[in-house]
Design a binder for this molecule. Sequence first.
Ligand SMILES: [Zn+2]
Length: 168
Amino acid sequence: MVTGRCSDMGFFRSSEVVGIAADTLAFARSAAEESHPNEYMGLLRGEDATDLGLDRSGTVVTDVLVVPATESNPVSATVKTSLVPNDMRAAGSIHSHPNGVLQPSDADLATFGKGDVHIILGAPYRDHDWQAFDREGRRRDLPVLDVDLPDDEDFFDFTQADIDEELR
Ligand SMILES: [Zn+2]
C-alpha cells in the first residue's frame, strides 16, 4: 500500500515543530564534536511530518544548514544576522557550547526570536548533552523521532507496515 500525504489533514496542518529526526540530531552532535573546542552553529530546517509518513501535523527537523560563527571561541559564539539566509522556513537554530553549559547566553537569547526551536549541544556531546529551547529561551521538549529521511527516490514507497513501525 502506498501512503502519501492525506489531503484531509490540510486543515489541521501546523508549522509547529514536533520533533527532530534521530539521524539529524546524531549528525549535528558529531559535527559539534568535530568543531570542538570551537563552536558549531547551524540553522534547522524541517519537513512536514505527513511527508515523513507520520500521521500527525507539524514540522519535523530533518536538516541542519551550517552557518559560520562569527565569534568562535570556547565560551560563546553569535551569528551575524547578515550570514543567516532570509529563509522563513527555518525552524530554528542549533549551536554548541564547548563549555558544556546547556543554557542560552544573553547573545543567544537575542537571536532566538526567529524560529520555534533552538537547540544547544553541550560538550562532551553525548546522547543527552543537549537541550531545546523556545524563542523565549525556556526549555521545551523536542522528541527525537526515528524517521527515515525522505530520499526522493523511495519516499513514496512507504508501506503501512513501515509507518506502523515508526509510530510504535
Ligand atoms: Zn550559545
